[in-house]
Design a protein around this ligand. Structure first.
Ligand code: GLN
Length: 231
């Protein structure tokens, strides 16, 4: 039962920057929807967390190497990943979209012919870009970090970036100089992940805490706190 997590500290691996889900605020502290959620759930369920902001792919690797207990990083629940990880109940509906520079005349995937686009190593945005790259004749470059991924587009080294649409929308609202021109591609939902068959008590405690914060309005408050700022 979830009482077995009481007083324990779990290492939670996350991305370096995936605003509004995880990012560093002005004082250097990791904040965001995922961060508020895990801190709130940990308090309620009586466990401690040690957040390691190491990058998305690195986070997935760390859990597989048992160097971290869980991934909480806007990680999409997919059948492929379910072979390796156990996921919590879904906590946020998402999907992929493309963004280009504000002054770009790219108006659709057809305009990517001969060009290079970027996506994050191990992420759904990269997989989606790869899945349509042959059809539209563009090259896909994988990058580990969100900040380099975005600067490649801002400086014109890459024609477009493929990332999750809530993250693109947040960055655009914050004035990152990009725009979206293609429709959102419906994807899965985000889940908290542990290595398959491992950390069952932690998973149970997460799901219990998630249900509680959803039921009493805390979940909505957390999401609103970060998404209101971008709307
Ligand atoms: N939701 C995407 C995925 O799971 C991206 C996650 C991220 O970049 N942190 O692949």
């Amino acid at each position: 039962d979830s009482s077995s997590v009481k007083g324990k500290t779990f290492i939670i691996a996350t991305d370096t920057t995936f605003a509004p889900f995880e990012y560093r605020d002005a004082s250097g502290e990791m904040v965001g929807i995922d961060m508020d959620l895990i801190h709130e759930i940990a308090i309620r369920e009586g466990f401690e967390v040690d957040i390691k902001a190491i990058g998305f792919d690195a986070a997935l690797q760390a859990v597989q190497a048992k160097q971290a207990d869980a991934v909480l990083s806007g990680m999409t629940i997919t059948d492929e990943r379910k072979k390796i990880f156990d996921f919590s109940d879904p906590y946020f509906q998402s999907g992929v979209q493309m963004a280009v520079k504000e002054d770009s005349d790219i108006a659709g995937y057809e305009d990517l012919k001969g060009k290079t686009v970027v996506g994050k190593t191990g992420a759904e945005g990269l997989s989606y870009a790869k899945s349509i790259s042959k059809k539209y004749g563009f090259t896909v470059k994988a990058l580990d970090k969100a900040d380099t991924m975005y600067s490649e587009v801002q400086t014109g080294n890459a024609a477009a970036v493929f990332d999750d649409y809530p993250v693109l929308a947040y960055g655009i609202a914050q004035g990152n100089g990009l725009k979206t021109v293609t429709p959102k591609v419906a994807g899965g939902s985000y889940g908290f992940a542990v290595l398959k068959g491992d950390n069952a008590a932690l998973m149970k405690a997460f799901n219990k805490g998630l249900a509680d914060v959803k039921a009493d309005g805390t979940y909505d408050k957390i999401v609103d706190k970060y998404l209101k700022a971008s709307n």
